[in-house]
Write a protein that binds this ligand. Structure first.
Ligand code: MSP
Length: 504
């Protein structure tokens, strides 16, 4: 199967924070899981470099916008490597290929009679780069602001409009017949009721500033940043060339986005696409927002979490694990140092790390570093094997549904059951009384460690490589048809180094 996954493209108005890292790591986990399943994966990220918000930030920095975005874009690109994410393309909306693509989409919409010239008068939030109805705003000290607290300004200008209202019924029909195309379910319902409440035509150009993709044949206008930005998902796979091998192979894609930008992706984007005679996205998944020790993360509160710093402090895989184990993917979560230490110690050090450490050290010490295959299982062993298959099934179903937290939890439960089995079987006693039985126990537990590590590898890729190298193995893919198969040859074990040190 071909699988195309995208992060939102990040605004180059400021440096990246943990929220940005979260979206990219989510996509990386899903991309890596799909690779494990032997799917052909294309993973895109990038930066959203036009619009009033970015232009204002460049003016504040006293830099030419292009010089400014060059600098800020590279921070986001570096963060991808730092967070252990493996992308196939990094797109910047100031690139030539993208400008050509966005203008082609515009021309296609024009050709299909989807765009007209008129005047816009209403509220606009530069922070959100979004138009608002007065009914969506609240008053604060006599001034209108959005419900999330973004300031708005009154805008009055000539503008091109997209005939969004024409797509209301078609979008409703589309979503009613494709209920899995937006997840989680609550978000699907939210989008559907928003569309049902009525869609107005959408202003898609601006004239009061210059930092944007020029509207073809009217140099007074630049494109509204969202039509420009959304188009990045097409640019990377070769649009406007519909015969491009990547387009043919990968469109439509799966978009992972924060809940704040769901409307742009689930209402405007499919409407633009259908209006341009292209397929709407395969799936849109909206995740929640992180707070810091209970508070909204914001620059003005001075509580922005620097992903570089936090990774340095706790370790990359530890942070990747925490972010996706702690909070159901789709819900909001709270980032607290206490929660990070607790989670790392309980799951990674005490449960997983401890099992790896005690079993592999034991094999090195008492079995001449040699793990021997066996199939002489008793009832207790078969019970544990059954747990392995059940938990693997749960993992598989959860991962396919992007319930990453539940998938991880299934593996953690399997590891707890395995630790309890080791305590009961007590190989250190069997060493004296029944050496052959001891070898069976060590063999079974090693198989569970290996299979659990493969399941966890999308979440903790570096540690998975280290753990499998104790067993002289590489991860290639999950062989679903043969998941029940255990190792069938002698394996020599390397002396383990602690993988997940405890945090004090
Ligand atoms: N440029 C637009 C996206 C265009 S996509 C065609 C944008 N950029 S952004 O930089 O503001 O946000 C990018 C992503 O980061 C969004 O999905 C947003 O939800 C996410 N996050 C920003 N802060 C966040 C948290 N505090 N917590 C979790 N994710 C957050 O929107």
């Amino acid at each position: 199967m071909n699988f195309y996954i995208t992060t939102p493209i990040y605004y180059t108005n400021d440096i990246p924070h943990i929220g940005h890292a979260y979206t990219t790591i989510a996509c990386d986990i899903i991309a890596r899981y799909n690779k494990l399943c032997d799917n052909d994966v294309y993973f895109l990220s990038g930066t959203d470099e036009h619009g009033q918000k970015v232009e204002k930030a460049a003016v504040n920095a006293k830099l030419d916008p292009k010089i400014f975005v060059d600098k800020l874009s590279s921070n986001f690109k570096n963060l991808i490597t730092t967070t252990g994410c493996e992308i196939d393309d990094f797109i910047r909306t100031t690139e030539e290929r993208h400008i050509k693509s966005a203008q082609s989409l515009w021309n296609k919409l024009l050709e299909n009679d989807q765009i007209y010239l008129s005047h816009y008068e209403g509220w606009y939030s530069v922070r959100d780069e979004a138009f608002y109805q007065e009914s969506e705003l609240i008053k604060n000290n006599g001034k209108y602001i959005t419900k999330e607290g973004s300031p708005v300004e009154w805008v009055k200008e000539e503008s091109y409009f997209f005939k969004l209202s024409e797509w209301e019924n078609k979008l409703i029909d589309y979503y009613e017949s494709n209920p899995d195309s937006i997840a989680p379910k609550t978000r699907f319902n939210e989008v559907l009721s928003f569309i049902k409440s009525g869609l107005k035509d959408l202003s898609i150009s601006r004239t009061t500033f210059k930092w944007g993709v020029p509207v073809p044949n009217n140099s007074k206008h630049v494109m509204y940043v969202w039509i420009d930005a959304l188009c990045n998902y097409l640019t990377s796979i070769g649009y406007p060339d519909l015969n491009h091998s990547k387009y043919k192979k990968f469109w439509p894609g799966t978009h992972i986005v924060g809940k704040d930008i769901l409307r742009f992706h689930a209402v405007y984007w499919p409407a633009f696409l259908m209006a341009a005679e292209l397929s709407p996205p395969k799936k849109i998944f909206a995740h929640g927002w992180w707070t810091n020790e209970g508070q909204k993360i914001s620059k003005s509160l001075g509580n922005v979490i620097d992903p570089y710093k936090i990774i340095n402090e706790y370790g990359l895989d530890q942070i990747r694990f925490f972010l996706f184990r702690e909070v159901p993917f789709g819900n909001d979560g709270d980032f607290s140092k206490n929660a990070i230490s607790k989670r790392i110690n309980a799951d990674l050090s005490n449960n997983y790390g401890n099992l790896i450490q005690r079993i592999s050290t034991f094999i090195v010490k008492h079995c001449n570093s040699n793990l021997k295959p066996s199939n002489e299982f008793n009832d207790e062993d078969n019970k544990l094997l059954k747990n392995l298959y059940n938990k693997f099934n749960d993992y598989y179903n959860y991962m396919n549904n992007m319930q990453i937290d539940k998938a991880i939890k299934s593996v953690m439960e399997l590891l707890s059951l395995t630790n309890a089995y080791v305590d009961e079987q007590a190989p250190w006693k069997l060493k004296e009384t029944n050496y052959k039985r001891m070898e069976v126990v060590l063999f079974l537990v090693s198989n569970i460690i290996i299979k659990s590590t493969i399941m966890l590898s999308p979440i903790i890729p570096d540690s998975a490589i280290k753990i499998l190298s104790i067993y002289n193995l590489n991860i290639i893919k999950i062989d679903f048809d043969n998941f029940h198969k255990l190792i069938d040859k002698n394996i020599s074990i390397n002396s383990p180094k602690p993988i997940f040190p405890r945090i004090d």
